[in-house]
Design a protein around this ligand. Sequence first.
Ligand code: SF4
Length: 59
Amino acid sequence: MAKKKIKIDKSLCIGCGACAGTYPDDIKMDDDGLATPINGVADEDAVDVCPVGAISVEE
Ligand code: SF4
């Protein structure tokens, strides 16, 4: 699956770590305990691992 530009809404993120655990090359947990993109891109399926819909793909 091609990597796409993603956005993580920190106001929605609950810091569960599922995204960073599944896509450690693309998403990391920030110092504030919330997820942040490493290079701004990730597999578009990363959207589906977030239980609260905080990750979105920017077309
Ligand atoms: S999966 Fe969603 S709620 Fe969990 S850390 Fe990632 S962005 Fe935050």
